[in-house]
Design a protein around this ligand. Sequence first.
Ligand code: GRF
Length: 199
Amino acid sequence: MSTVRFGVLVSGTGSNLQAILDAIAAGSLAASVSCVISNRPEVKALERARAANVPALTIPHRDFPTREAFDAALVRALEEAGVDWIVLAGFMRVLTPVFLNAFAGRIINIHPALLPAFPGVNAAKQAFDYGVKITGCTVHFVDGGVDTGKIIAQQAVPVEPKDDLAALEARIHRAEHQLFVQVLRDIAAGHVVPFVSGG
Ligand code: GRF
């Protein structure tokens, strides 16, 4: 069986990407990252990829007249890299059918809340401001909505009485790193298979 090749899309810091790269380097994730693409230049995630000798490129969404044209450029680059699955690790763009159809059922995202609660941006802050006592993170398949795809795995994270938002976000991030890597292991092992809508 050949090793699964992941393409990772990022927009920022890339701590989840780092957790994935570290797991591969440590031999605890039998897979490879073939390509990292950012829609924003000079983000930390690109540095992390290059430090791990993973091809890393910027495809600025502002260079394209439409979302579809941007997505088509992403698809071309990812197909050239020969990726099997797409991992959204802090990627801040909504994908169109151009992208979703090209990698149908093989796109996953991580979200810093227990979906379906608190979708969208600033999810940890939304949960903190609401006053929930338990929040967490979710790995899910990506569909045309915002954080609406089928859930693959979740990890609960407590909100401690003395937490400020930064402390809570740090705890969620630590949980994300473990959960994401575990889901990628499950994909690499064939325990999570491409999602067929209605199937
Ligand atoms: C994570 O909290 C993830 O859930 C959200 O964006 C953040 C990315 O963090 N989608 P990082 O860039 O991996 O550090």
